[in-house]
Ligand binder design. Structure first.
Ligand code: PDD
Length: 286
């Protein structure tokens, strides 16, 4: 597969980065994952704007303008189409602070950010119908990450450890709650719940990532006149919900049918979910 490193397209197997790169030594960087289906990116503007705010938060100058980022996304999606026949291509990109000559915590001056991007096969888009939905079982545990979860940092050890708790429990995602027992997000997704026809998702703050899928979902639900609010909810309310959903670039809007062995609603994709995913699909391809 074809990748991009510091201005050049090259085979992924030939991409090389110094071990003195601060991305490697400190996890000092920002990343994005952009879904493309049949060569068409989803939420590209939102992803590029979140990348810009993340870089600004950690004081790295954005190495490229939006036109350049867009051309990298499109180029990687098209170039890799021959290997990824399904046409469901995720584009990952990563900007680290760059390579220094020494390992010293302070931001160095005069280093050039390292830019790396590659493409990978994503899951097919979520189904539009309850009977064939891809559903998830998840674990639940206290959020032990840092207090800057709104920054899409490449320092992902906290997320990785939470995700792994789920894997050990035989499921493939972990939903997280804060010290107050309120749901923040999941280790790699945002979380929604439905009770008595009302859709809820936690409001944005430093405890969760402002997911692009979350944003598109909220806009599309409002447009479809679904009843949706941004509001905190407890882990008890989550377990008592009629429906629970995860949102992310790769999962779109996906139903959760079991949390920590506890069955949610009817233990299948719900009725409100079906309306929601149809609203989402109708909106994002506008
Ligand atoms: N994960 N919350 C966290 C902690 C995430 O890592 C992600 C994305 C999301 C959803 O964001 P978006 O809708 O913009 O994809 C929420 C990506 C896909 C990943 O790390 O692979």
């Amino acid at each position: 597969t074809v990748a991009f490193l510091n201005g050049e397209y090259l085979p992924l197997s030939e991409a090389r980065i110094s071990p003195m790169d601060r991305g490697f030594l400190f996890g000092d960087g920002i990343y994005e994952v952009i879904p493309t289906y049949a060569g068409k990116p989803v939420g590209l503007k939102g992803h590029l704007s979140r990348l810009a705010s993340g870089l600004s938060a950690i004081e790295i100058d954005n190495p490229y303008d939006d036109a350049m980022w867009t051309s990298i996304v499109l180029q990687l999606a098209t170039e890799n189409a021959q290997h990824i026949e399904s046409g469901n291509v995720g584009v990952y990109f990563h900007v680290s602070r760059g390579t220094d000559t020494k390992r010293y915590h302070a931001y160095p001056t005069g280093v050039t950010p390292t830019v790396f991007a590659f493409a990978f096969e994503m899951a097919a888009p979520q189904s539009n119908s309850r009977s064939s939905a891809k559903v998830y079982k998840v674990a639940l545990e206290e959020d032990k990450r840092w207090q800057r979860c709104h920054i899409k940092s490449t320092s992902l050890l906290g997320n990785v450890m939470h995700f792994q708790s789920g894997v050990k429990a035989g499921v493939n995602e972990t939903i997280l709650f804060n010290e107050k027992g309120l749901i923040t997000e999941a280790s790699s997704c945002n979380v929604f719940m439905v009770k008595n026809g009302i859709i809820k998702t936690p409001p944005l703050n430093n405890e969760l990532l402002p997911g692009i899928t979350r944003h598109i979902a909220l806009e599309s639900f409002k447009r479809a006149n679904l009843n949706v609010v941004e509001e905190w909810f407890s882990k008890e309310s989550l377990l008592d919900a009629d429906e629970v959903w995860l949102t992310s670039s790769s999962k779109e809007v996906s139903p959760v049918i079991e949390i920590d062995g506890h069955v949610i609603g009817e233990g299948a994709a719900g009725e409100v979910w079906e309306r929601a995913i149809r609203a989402y699909h109708a909106y994002k391809f506008d």
